[in-house]
Every structure is written in structure tokens, then in C-alpha cells.
Design a protein around this ligand. Structure first.
Ligand SMILES: *[C@@H]1O[C@H](CO)[C@@H](O)[C@H](O)[C@H]1NC(C)=O
Ligand SMILES: *[C@@H]1O[C@H](CO)[C@@H](O)[C@H](O)[C@H]1NC(C)=O
Ligand SMILES: *[C@@H]1O[C@H](CO)[C@@H](O)[C@H](O)[C@H]1NC(C)=O
Ligand SMILES: *[C@@H]1O[C@H](CO)[C@@H](O)[C@H](O)[C@H]1NC(C)=O
Ligand SMILES: *[C@@H]1O[C@H](CO)[C@@H](O)[C@H](O)[C@H]1NC(C)=O
Ligand SMILES: *[C@@H]1O[C@H](CO)[C@@H](O)[C@H](O)[C@H]1NC(C)=O
Length: 524
């Protein structure tokens, strides 16, 4: 009797699991992806799988996911509630720039590394995704001759203008034939008009450094963009200029762009705290104070995150502070890099995916009012003015409105849902009986214990990896062979038909690696 109940329950559970895997999922591990919040949904695109040994492979499938935040949920439920957008994507890509344009309910993706070494697979250098209705891509944007780069940053202001800054020339349209390019002008994308422009003031007027792998955030005044961290090209490796040595930007050196005056300036932080230089971190503006929150990051020639992963910059006093994040019942994101940080409302900062050495699909949420990790995430409430149509309002079920279920399959989905609903009802009863019987046998408390174990195992593992791979102060000598320095996957210039072959020091591996020059104290 018990046996037949449990086996039929198990079958029904399998049926439920199959249904669930279509509707909600945990994406595979990834880093160097992009995420944006529109209304009450987070959208994440692309990324690369990374390993501690340094391999970085662009994802080729499961590229586009969304997460509905319109209801209060536990962080563990949310982590398994991603929905894959199956009605089309724009190809493999990572190290692109991405920003939400909330007024239009769209996000913009610019540039990126495409499939990694030789290709760029999105149809155009710039695409937008319109999250209204069942969602749609616009791949028909004329690039207007703007620099085609990766590892740059995009920030949007309240007039739907996107500001693109930094990065380096990518393999798009084979424009790496010749010296590596590092844009020094701000590129402006007028999203409603789909037009491009640039401002006359160049970065060079205030700084000897251009930047890549840096991060940007718009201040609470709505007009000042802050750039923090990253690396800069310190000198070309040879006369061709096709590849460069790179150095870390000092965390005391803050670049500032004024969107109204179209001008650059630099600020230098003061005070005793100076974060370790970093790249592939995140930068988020805290809405009610204007503080800039730095999370995570890594360094050149390392696959591991840096240990001092959390800082706050006060842009008024230009001083850094740090603090220990409260953990309470929730597990925090810990040190990582290549993650995305998305602010929802005034106080919930989501830290999404990224790499602790190997890339993972972790989701965490930090309350930035009391600086503690959340185990339950409040619903994201969309202001009346933004919440047009049915989408995004609190209480919407997952089959409603903004969810990017594919447009044409909405009706079949609904029908399937009704059938499934009846089956699921029976299944749930079976499942309850199954769990009830099981629980009586096992006593309880097993899930709590296992998550503690995971944490301990992960911590031990990270320690072990650190012992193995983390050279204390990375010795950046120029004479090490390029193959051992693989931290920034570079371009296969031979594939672009580059007429070089001269530089014997790098041509053997044909993929040129970015390497770091010795850092002089002044960072020059
Ligand atoms: C987004 O799509 C909706 C239709 O679903 C359309 O009304 C709206 O104009 C589009 N927005 C943009 C910025 O293209
Ligand atoms: C947009 O931001 C600018 C600069 O802070 C401000 O002057 C302007 O009033 C804002 N406009 C709207 C519509 O919020
Ligand atoms: C950054 O700059 C500060 C002040 O200019 C200096 O004391 C510090 O050593 C520099 N740090 C690095 C890593 O170069
Ligand atoms: C903050 O940073 C300083 C060094 O800059 C370090 O000694 C201190 O332990 C850090 N505090 C926290 C809370 O991480
Ligand atoms: C954020 O804070 C501001 C100012 O305190 C408040 O007006 C606004 O309603 C808050 N927004 C949310 C979503 O809580
Ligand atoms: C932090 O604040 C949030 C609300 O902003 C609250 O839900 C949470 O319980 C607080 N956590 C702690 C540890 O006080």
C-alpha cells in the first residue's frame, strides 16, 4: 500500500518536475553577462562560462532569462524561478555594455565579444529589447559609425540617452586589423530616435588613461556619471600596436563626466582606506544617499575574486569606507567577479551570477539600508505612472503581462496550463502524502544542514584554490610566456587577416594575451 503510493507519487513528482523545468529554472553558471531591471522584472543576457584554470567560453545557448519580482519571495525560491525567453535571442555575447532605459521599458546592449575569439554573432553592434507585451528585439539599429568595442560601460539618463565610454576595439567587422583602438570620446545613443553622437571633450583632456573593465554609475543628481576602477592600456607590446600591456587603475582615481556640460573631470579620493585595484566589479548608486557601492572584482592575470570585495564611496567627501555585511539567515554572495548588480526599489541590491573562480548561477540580495543579506526579498512595486498595461503590477502571476513567454505560444501555454493544473492538483496531493510519509521516516531538518554544508565546502574549496592559484602579489613580469597569462581572453588577430606576424614573442600562440606591465607607484 505504502509502496504503490510512493511510486505513483514519484511518477507524478517527475511529471511536475518536467513541467517546472519548462517554466522556471536555474540558469547554468555564467559571468561577464549583463542584467537590467525593467518594471518588476530582471532580464539577464549572455555571459561566459569561466573556470579557475582561466578558460573563458562564451555561452552558446540558454542566453536570455528573466526573473519576476512582483511578489515577495524567498531568495531560494527566486534562484530557481528564472524563466528562459524562448522566442529568440541575438546570439552569444559577453563583455558587452548593457543598460536599462526604464522610461521606454527597454534595455540596450552595445558591442561585446560575441562568441569570443573570432566572431561577433549579434546581427548589429547595438540591439534593444522592448519588454512591453510579450517582448521583442530590435536588431535594425544603424551603428552610425560609433566605436565597436567590448569591456566598456553604458549608463542611461532620464532623457533616455545612453552614454557609452571606454573599452577597446573588438573583432566586430574585422576592425582589429591594425592597432588596437581605445575610444577616448563619450558616445551618446539617443534611444527614442536611434541616433548617435559624440561630445568634443575627450578623456585625454583630463587623464592619460583610457579605461576598460571599469564600472560606471549615474549619481543621484541625474547628471554626473562616475567611473571607478578597471584597467588601462599602459603601453603597446610592439610597434604594430595590435596588443597592449595593461595596468590597474588606482581606486583613488575617479573619473567624472557631466552630462549637461558634456565635460570630463577627475577626482581623487582621500582618507586612509584605498580598496585594492580591481576590474569586473560592479558599481551601484544608493538612491537615498548617493553613495556608490562597489561589489567584488578581480585583477589581471587572476581567475579568482579579490578578498576585499565590498566598499562604499561617498562622492561628496570623496572618501572610501568599508563594512562587514550582515549575514543573518541568508547566505551572502561573498567575493566574486563578473557578476551583475541590479538595484530594485530603494534598498534591494541583487548580486547575480558571476565567478568565484568557476562561474556559478548564485543569486543573492543585499539590503542596502541595513547592509545585511536578505533571505526574503520584498515585492518590487512599480509606480502607477510606469505600470501601463497589465504588466508589472504586484500580484501578477507568472503567466501574465511582461513575462517574456514567447508571443505566439501564449495561447497554447494557457491551454497546457489548464490541463496541467488538473494533473498538478492530483500530483500535489500525491506529493504531499509522499513527503509526509518520507518526513516521518527521516525526522526532519535535513535541508538546513545541507545548505550549511554547501557553504562550508565552498569555503574550503575556495581556500584550496587560493592556496593553489593565488600568487600573493602577482608578479607581472613582461618575460613570462603569454600562454600563462590568460586572464583577458584576447582576439585572434590572424583570423581577421591581420598583416602582422612580426612580434615573435606573441605570435606562437596566435591568440594574443593581454598582459600587465609592472605598476609604478604613480600608476603612470
Ligand atoms: C515597445 O513595444 C510596444 C508594443 O508592444 C510599443 O507600443 C512601443 O512603442 C515599443 N517601444 C519602443 C521604444 O519601441
Ligand atoms: C532629468 O535630469 C536632469 C538633470 O538632473 C534634471 O534637470 C531634469 O529635471 C530631469 N528631468 C526629468 C523629466 O526628470
Ligand atoms: C594609489 O594612489 C595612492 C595615492 O596617490 C597611493 O598612495 C597608492 O600607493 C596607489 N596605489 C596603487 C596600487 O598604486
Ligand atoms: C576595512 O579596511 C581596512 C583596511 O583598509 C581593514 O583593516 C578593515 O578590517 C576593513 N574593515 C572591514 C569591516 O572590512
Ligand atoms: C524611495 O525613497 C524615496 C525617498 O525616500 C521615496 O519617495 C520612494 O517612494 C521610495 N521608493 C520606493 C520604491 O520605495
Ligand atoms: C533590514 O531591513 C529590511 C527592511 O528594509 C528588513 O526586512 C530586514 O529584516 C532588516 N534586517 C535586519 C537584520 O535588520
Amino acid at each position: 500500500m505504502v509502496g504503490s503510493w510512493t511510486s505513483s507519487s514519484a511518477l507524478l513528482l517527475i511529471a511536475i518536475a518536467a513541467i517546472q523545468s519548462v517554466r522556471a529554472d536555474t540558469p547554468s553558471g555564467r559571468a561577464n553577462h549583463g542584467c537590467a531591471l525593467l518594471r518588476s522584472t530582471i532580464y539577464c543576457y549572455g555571459g561566459a562560462e569561466r573556470t579557475v584554470a582561466g578558460a573563458t567560453t562564451a555561452l552558446s545557448s540558454n542566453l536570455f532569462y528573466s526573473l519576476d519580482l512582483s511578489e515577495e519571495k524567498s531568495i531560494s525560491d527566486l534562484a530557481g524561478a528564472w524563466q528562459e525567453y524562448t522566442a529568440g535571442n541575438v546570439g552569444s555575447n559577453f563583455y558587452f555594455a548593457m543598460t536599462a532605459v526604464p522610461e521606454l521599458n527597454i534595455f540596450v546592449i552595445d558591442g561585446g565579444r560575441g562568441t569570443g575569439q573570432t566572431g561577433y554573432t549579434t546581427q548589429t553592434p547595438t540591439v534593444t529589447f522592448n519588454a512591453s507585451g510579450s517582448g521583442s528585439w530590435n536588431t535594425g539599429i544603424n551603428p552610425g559609425g560609433h566605436p565597436l568595442v567590448d569591456t566598456h560601460q553604458a549608463v542611461s539618463d532620464n532623457s533616455s540617452t545612453v552614454y557609452l565610454c571606454g573599452g577597446r576595439s573588438s573583432d566586430i567587422n574585422a576592425n582589429t586589423a591594425g592597432p588596437m583602438q581605445f575610444p577616448t570620446q563619450m558616445t551618446l545613443f539617443n534611444t527614442p530616435q536611434s541616433t548617435w553622437s559624440s561630445t568634443p571633450a575627450t578623456l585625454r583632456s583630463v587623464s592619460s588613461q583610457t579605461r576598460l573593465h571599469h564600472k560606471a554609475a549615474l549619481g543621484i543628481d541625474g547628471r554626473t556619471i562616475y567611473y571607478v576602477g578597471g584597467i588601462y592600456p599602459s603601453r603597446p607590446m610592439d610597434a604594430s600596436g595590435a596588443s597592449y600591456y595593461y595596468s590597474h587603475v588606482n581606486m583613488t582615481d575617479i573619473l567624472v563626466y557631466d552630462t549637461i556640460q558634456a565635460s570630463w573631470s577627475t577626482r581623487t579620493t582621500s582618507g586612509s582606506i584605498i580598496p585594492t585595484p580591481r576590474m569586473d566589479h560592479t558599481l551601484t548608486t544608493k538612491p537615498n544617499t548617493g553613495e556608490l557601492i562597489v561589489y567584488g572584482g578581480t585583477q589581471l592575470d587572476s581567475s579568482l575574486p579579490i578578498d576585499d570585495y565590498f566598499y562604499i564611496l561617498d562622492p561628496q567627501s570623496m572618501t572610501w569606507s568599508n563594512r562587514t555585511l550582515g549575514t543573518s539567515a541568508a547566505q551572502g554572495a561573498g567575493p566574486r567577479h563578473g557578476h551583475a548588480a541590479v538595484l530594485a526599489g530603494n534598498s534591494t541590491l541583487f548580486i547575480i551570477f558571476g565567478s568565484t573562480g568557476d562561474s556559478d548561477s548564485a543569486l543573492s540580495a543585499l539590503d542596502i539600508e541595513n547592509w545585511s543579506w536578505l533571505s526574503t526579498v520584498p515585492a518590487v512595486v512599480v509606480p502607477e505612472s510606469e505600470g501601463d498595461q497589465q504588466g508589472g503590477s504586484p500580484g501578477n502571476g507568472q503567466s501574465q503581462g511582461e513575462q517574456p513567454d514567447s508571443g505566439s505560444s501564449v495561447a497554447p501555454g494557457t491551454i497546457a496550463g489548464a490541463v496541467v493544473g488538473a494533473v498538478a492538483g492530483v500530483a500535489i496531493i500525491g506529493a504531499l502524502v509522499f513527503f509526509f510519509l518520507r518526513r516521518r521516516r527521516n525526522q526532519n531538518g535535513e535541508t538546513v544542514a545541507s545548505s550549511d554544508d554547501d557553504e562550508a565546502v565552498a569555503a574550503r574549496r575556495l581556500k584550496a584554490l587560493e592556496a593553489e592559484h593565488h600568487s600573493p602579489a602577482p608578479p607581472y613580469s613582461d618575460i613570462e610566456p603569454p600562454s600563462s597569462r590568460q586572464f583577458l581572453p584576447s582576439y585572434d588577430n590572424t583570423a581577421a587577416g591581420k598583416p602582422d606576424g612580426s612580434s615573435s614573442s606573441v605570435s606562437d600562440g596566435q591568440v594574443q594575451r593581454l598582459v600587465m606591465a609592472p605598476v609604478k607607484p604613480d600608476g603612470a
